[in-house]
Write a protein that binds this ligand. Structure first.
Ligand SMILES: Cc1cc2nc3c(=O)[nH]c(=O)nc-3n(C[C@H](O)[C@H](O)[C@H](O)COP(=O)(O)OP(=O)(O)OC[C@H]3O[C@@H](n4cnc5c(N)ncnc54)[C@H](O)[C@@H]3O)c2cc1C
Length: 450
């Protein structure tokens, strides 16, 4: 295959040595699979050549950004070619008048926002991996983060896409107009499709004006259910928080092992309001605090300066790394339910932990119903992993029974593939038909998703 590949792009950007391939065999999950070759294109034209070659030869193709996927979707589970998109990393244009940015897929989220900040603009989704993950990866997983409660997900910002389909055709989707009633929403199909329909080669994103005023508070509760109820009331009141994050007792206990933080209670809600005038922002925060007090809050800490806010966020930022230090293996889930069902989901997580004898620490973006129940286990302990698998099954079924979804932001990939039909039912067949239209040979990231 090597000689054929070197006719597609210059040989220095074709990797076939085992020690080079091994760094493309994994993502942030436990899944591992070696590709046969890695190609590093610098242009859309090169991507077209690679995909056409793969389609002719019937070789699997997996596009890859930073490889930070939490669902196994970046792992080339059928070998073949990995297309490493990182050399396509140019910010092509920032159009301030129309609040749009056009980028290549390898641009890192954090770098784009650094570039935009001097213009008073930003691209809000803010995944926890934002300092390394690529815009192409974010589009393909519909990534989001702590600000989704107010600003939505990547899907809400994709104005236009250029893609190379599985047969090597270049297709431009969308327009620059702020709205359009013309035709099917093909951008909607590509966002979250995990590289199974084609390779994204250019993205035009809608941008937001960067807020200038912030106020934040950390509120402790005697139980997760009370905290969950407070979340529902804050959202129902229309207070529009920019952050509404929840941490349970297990998470707080583990964070306290490694961090010198002073947090009371059995559940903590971290909230932030943003906007353009200090008074309005503070007023909204105070109303949210009143709701919390009326829902059983036991302690409130406010922060208005940058350094006070940073101190407040320390516990939340430390959650994932602290849990990772505490046990050898984390099974991090991201079930998402309607806000009004949050207290029930939280009670279900407690039941599941007890029923399967698995320690579960829960934190997450409660404001948009997205929880990260994290099973603290050890992959070397077979019996414990079996229990964790059963607990995961229980967790998914509970979320679906409450009208929720298996994944709010990490995607299906390999990790949740077996459960996809539980959520989609007969719609899976429709998705399979759609895939055939874009990828008739079935070469684009095969073995993933639905
Ligand atoms: C510590 C940590 C924190 C995280 N926090 C969050 C979070 O808060 N929110 C969240 O949503 N996710 C989070 N993630 C998951 C992950 O970072 C996101 O899904 C991210 O968007 C993936 O980007 P990436 O560049 O790493 O993509 P990759 O992992 O390389 O790829 C992800 C998927 O996109 C496809 N893909 C990549 N580029 C292209 C392209 N150009 N064309 C077509 N398909 C492509 C791949 O084939 C794969 O299916 C986190 C991960 C880690 C490790």
């Amino acid at each position: 295959m090597k000689a054929g590949l070197e006719s597609l792009i210059e040989s220095g950007r074709v990797l076939t040595e085992p020690e080079e391939l091994v760094t493309y065999a994994y993502d942030a999950t436990e899944h591992r699979c070696l590709p046969e070759a890695v190609l590093r294109p610098v242009s859309e034209e090169e991507v077209v050549r690679i995909v056409r070659y793969a389609a002719e030869e019937g070789i699997a193709v997996t596009a890859r950004g930073a490889g930070t996927s939490l669902s196994g979707c970046a792992v080339p589970c059928e070998g073949g070619i990995v297309i490493d998109m990182n050399l396509m990393g140019r910010i092509k244009a920032v159009d301030e008048a129309n609040r749009l940015a056009t980028v290549e897929p390898g641009v890192v989220y954090g770098r784009l926002n650094e570039e935009l900040s001097s213009r008073g603009l930003f691209f809000p989704p803010d995944p926890g991996s934002g300092s390394v993950c690529t815009i192409g990866g974010m589009v393909s997983t519909n990534a989001s983060g702590i600000r989704a409660v107010k600003y939505g997900t990547t899907r809400d910002y994709v104005q236009k896409l250029r893609v190379v389909t599985g047969s090597g055709e270049v297709v431009e989707l969308g327009s620059l107009a702020p709205k359009s009633s013309n035709g099917y929403d093909l951008i909607g199909l590509f966002v979250g499709s995990e590289g199974t329909l084609g390779v994204v080669t250019e993205i035009t994103l809608r941008l937001k004006k960067r807020p200038t005023s912030f106020a934040a508070a950390s509120v402790s509760f005697g139980s997760m259910e009370e905290a969950g109820r407070a979340v529902g009331r804050i959202i129902a009141r229309g207070l529009d928080p920019s952050v509404l994050e929840l941490m349970d007792e297990a998470t707080l206990r583990v964070v306290k092992l490694y961090q010198d933080i002073d947090v009371e209670g059995r559940a903590v809600l971290l909230m932030e309001m943003d906007g353009f005038t200090e008074e309005a922002v503070k007023e909204r925060l105070e109303e949210a605090v009143r709701i919390c007090t009326g829902t059983g809050a036991v302690e409130v800490k406010r922060a208005s300066t940058e350094s006070e806010r940073t101190a407040l966020w320390r516990a939340r930022r430390a959650a994932f790394p602290s849990l990772a230090r505490y046990r050898p293996t984390l099974v991090l889930e991201d079930v998402t339910v309607p806000i009004s069902r949050l207290p029930e989901m939280l009670a279900e997580i407690e039941r599941i932990s007890g029923a399967h004898g698995i320690e579960i620490a829960t934190f997450g973006h409660a404001g948009d119903g997205n929880l990260h129940p994290t099973m603290l286990v050890d992959s070397r302990n077979k019996a414990e992993m079996e229990q964790a698998k059963e607990a995961m099954d229980d967790l998914f079924r509970s979320a679906l029974a409450l009208g929720g979804t298996l994944t709010g932001e990490h995607g299906i990939g390999l990790s949740k593939k077996a459960y996809s039909r539980l959520e989609h039912g007969g719609a899976i067949e429709v998705m399979e038909q759609i895939k055939k239209v874009f990828d008739p040979k079935g070469i684009m990231n095969p073995g993933k998703g639905f």
